[in-house]
Design a binder for this molecule. Sequence first.
Ligand code: C2O
Ligand code: CU
Length: 570
Amino acid sequence: MPRRAAFLLVLLAAPALAGCAGSPGGAPPSPPASPTGANDGMAGMDGMDGMPAMPGMPGMGGMGGMGNGTMNGMDGMLPHVAPGPRTTLDRSIAGLPDSQPSAEVRLADGATFDLTAGLVAHDPGVGHPLRMLAYNGQVPGPTLRVPQGATITVRFHNALPWDSTVHWHGVRLAATMDGVPGVSQDPVPPGGDFRYQVHVPDEGLFWYHAHVREDLEQGLGLAGLLVVDGPEAQRGEGPREVPLVLTDLFLENGTDIASYFEETVTRTLMGRYGNHYVVQGGAAWESTARPGERVRLLVLDAANARPFRLQVTGAAAVQWVASDSGFLQQPRNVTGQVILAPAERAVIDVVMPARGDVVVYHRPSLSPLGFVALATLRAAGDALADPGAPAGPHERARASLQEVLPHLGDAPRLTWDLDMRMDMLAFGGIAHSHTSPPPEVEWEDIHMAANALSDLDNVQWVIRDNATGREGMDADYHFTRGDLVPILLRNRIDAMHPMDHSFHVHGQRFVVVSTNGVPNPDLAWKDTVLVPTGADVRILVAMTNPGTWVYHCHISEHMAAGMMGQLSVA
Ligand code: C2O
Ligand code: CU
């Protein structure tokens, strides 16, 4: 397989690109020493710290990226379209109600809950309130806690000036309740209502968010956790759980969130990377815990585009216990980092040390913002002798994964190429080529000016069926309930702008079989997976839930720019 111009990213950049070359903050701060040292090589965890990523190298995964025989540099062009009108959306906070603290709500089987999406004045840790969006006035929305097997009714009211819907991310509920406009329901207009019957068959860490203009609605605050408790948690056993919804906002001049436009989605090239981190609605989260106590962190990446690379320092033990839609077969001691792509979740137990604090850092691979502390647990109170932890959830996970084990080696039935097209003229200027591999995990430090110029007209992202050449919503698949479908996701390194994608399937669950041919040692049910730049990721989707469902990249701007398809299960 010839190594083509894989890394020659011919990005035509605006002159202002020069302004992005350096880090505004000067030299990035050096990371604090990790108590545990080296990373382990677990799937979803970084095992190549400090090394350049090597995606798409000849011999890796045996699939070079020739697609259907076309040269991407040629067919990757969009015709030039002059930019259309752009109406800037109001950013004023005049007359808006103040936000409320994000609360937890326990709902029993059969309960009814009112959920209103509206405008709010909220300070996301910048020192003054900004015009944001909230569920029930809260940023993030209330954490809903329901027992496994329950059905709750959520009476949604749309108090936004735009259409909206609520999507119950990862939940295998009825297709008519899935919240995708045009597929599962009509959008809920301003002032409108919709009753969601939310049935939760699986225990795990789910979430809900707006599924209309996610770049705007989810990005400005319409997201919250949905925790489905298994039997132990329902009995109140197990550690104290702490929600940590992570996101970021793109501030201009450090004062307000960069404009959104009514007619188009901008920053479609890389997605709307923020320059201000937000944890549970504020700048940095802090709480206390007893020495020796086990605290369970419920972590969600709710950002539009940013992957988080988490590292915990100071803990007596750090254990990864559950992924998106369920527990691991056994807890895994984490000595390295946990990477979360947009919409992915991780449940991480930390055991407080005999003395001292525990800090959760985000350790970006490439960012002018450097290394940041997202959450701190300060030691307080009497020591606990035994941190404890129930084994039941892991036993159940092991049992429920049995059905897929004999099929992990099945040959892919579908190969989906993640690719893009762009209108080179729209980015007019000097050719800017890359001769080194793209950095792992993040892209925010480079091409920021090009990103700012990108919108729905000049960038198109696609998921293409490699066998048929069909793309997006034209690639319509039909499966039968009970099918186990192996799918190969190929993130084309020869795309004009290769970058990481966060792949999500609605209404079903899957396991990640391998990444670049390396088997995943930590099988768990998932609904979202990071597909790193240039990587081949194999998943095995259990088609269990009838109806028509979408799958898409969870980078909001990529989804808006076409990176979505649909399948049905009968
Ligand atoms: Cu959180 Cu269509 O997804
Ligand atoms: Cu994407």
